[in-house]
Design a protein around this ligand. Structure first.
Ligand SMILES: N=CN[C@@H](CCC(=O)O)C(=O)O
Ligand SMILES: [Zn+2]
Length: 411
């Protein structure tokens, strides 16, 4: 056999969705890589003979290999911070009160309009480095802190540039309909017209987005406005997803699922009827424990129903300066177990194979199977449950992206 690298002395959580073994685990395994893809995977004893002189051999010292971590919902390109709102919330103001008083998303919009592309890039680069240290190999980044055409395009250009210059893969999502821009207060329909007829065509022309998202909520856009944006995006051939049912139930999830959304995100207030629709249309449910925690939400997402209807559950950081100022994907594994009572296996599925589904890339990444891209991490742990169980001592030993071992200095 002629391979580019071989990994031995490893256990493997393949996260192969067809496996009946927890985590798709292969203990005392081995894996071979060729041309950036997984060429062989299985038990060490079955590893075919290969040229041990010319093939680099990596020894995992009995640690565990998992697919690269995928953070499928972030807003990580932003300027400024909202520490003052954090203090206001601690004094009793709610997230909605702050938004309605012109703070919240709109305060980050002001900072982003003023920031240069270079400043935003540098902030984003540092955040990607933090995620990469935790084994993240793919991240989704949304716009939505511009709310005018120029700044929305700027944020998406920065996200694309980060994907080109950083070893982490970046999927970009246009979220022009995140909040009603100050200039359009009281004229939400006019703002939606701007999103659909000015921003979206330019986003598409410059190939700046892989997907389109909307914040469907009583403090943002209603059901009809949301539907207009998603329909236009779908007609243009883009993937769609939705911030839905975070603070109230506007029925956005079911509507988005029927339009073909890859995922609906937050969904604390989703109804059983809507969950049935997700199951009919194969839509993923993205759980965002960082926002639930930071906003001290009390309404839990309906995990038992999501399980009952076999909805693929995704776990993501939602990293943003307001509702989830937590630049850590690994902490979400822990929080999703503690706060939402996911099993550690469900949590890891949520940041690997199901996250890949939510980004429409599960044919290539998200699990370790022959033919998939060799994005994976080596962890100094004795059982995969340890990834969700403990937090703070970084067990990530190696990160491999498309078969390339990422040097420590680059993460
Ligand atoms: N819910 C809407 N958007 C973000 C919050 C953005 C912000 O507060 O800046 C979220 O996913 O939680
Ligand atoms: Zn979000």
């Amino acid at each position: 056999m002629s391979w580019d690298q071989v990994w031995i002395d490893i256990n493997i959580a393949t996260m192969d969705p067809t496996s009946t073994i927890p985590y798709g685990a292969i203990t005392q395994g081995a894996m071979a890589i060729k041309e950036g893809k997984i060429a062989w995977i299985g038990e060490r004893k079955d590893l075919p003979k290969f040229d041990t002189l010319s093939t680099p051999i990596y020894r995992g010292k009995g640690g565990w290999i998992t697919p690269g971590i995928i953070d499928a919902h972030t807003h990580l390109v932003f300027a400024g911070n909202r520490a003052h709102e954090f203090e206001q919330r601690l004094e009793g103001m709610s997230y909605e009160d702050i938004a309605l008083a012109g703070g919240g998303i709109l305060s980050t919009v002001n900072a982003c309009r003023e920031a240069s592309e270079a400043e935003l890039f540098e902030l984003g680069r540092q955040r990607l480095n933090a995620l990469a240290r935790e084994g993240v190999t793919t991240v989704e980044i949304k716009s939505g802190y511009g709310l005018d055409t120029e700044t929305e395009l700027k944020l998406l250009r920065v996200a694309r540039a980060l994907g080109e210059h950083h070893h982490i893969d970046v999927k970009t999502t246009f979220l022009g309909a995140h909040a009603i821009a100050t200039e359009y207060q009281g004229r939400a329909d006019d703002y939606i017209d701007l999103v659909i007829n000015d921003m979206l065509p330019k986003v598409i022309k410059d190939n700046l987005a892989d997907a389109v998202d909307v914040f469907c909520e009583h403090i943002a856009f209603n059901h009809a406005q949301t539907k207009q944006v998603l329909t236009a995006a779908k007609a243009a051939g883009l993937n769609i997803k939705l911030h839905a049912e975070q603070l109230s139930n506007l029925g956005g999830s079911a509507m988005a699922a029927k339009l073909g959304a890859l995922s609906v995100d937050h969904i604390e207030f989703i109804s059983e009827e809507s969950i049935k629709v997700l199951s009919q249309y194969g839509t993923c449910a993205t759980l965002l424990p960082g926002a639930y925690y930071s906003l001290r939400e009390t309404q839990l997402p309906p995990i038992a129903l999501l399980r009952q209807y076999k909805i693929p559950m995704v776990v993501a950081s939602d990293y943003n300066p307001g509702s989830s100022p937590i630049c850590s994907s690994l902490l979400m594994l822990n929080m999703s177990c503690i706060l939402f009572k996911l099993t550690p296996e469900e949590a890891l599925q949520g940041m690997t194979i199901n996250a890949a589904k939510a980004l429409g890339i599960a044919d290539n990444v998200g699990s370790l199977e022959i033919g998939k891209v060799a994005d994976f991490c080596l962890w100094d742990i004795n059982t995969p449950a340890q990834l969700a169980y403990t937090y703070g001592v970084n067990a990530c030993q190696q990160v491999v992206k498309s078969g390339r071992v990422i040097p420590q200095k680059d993460r």
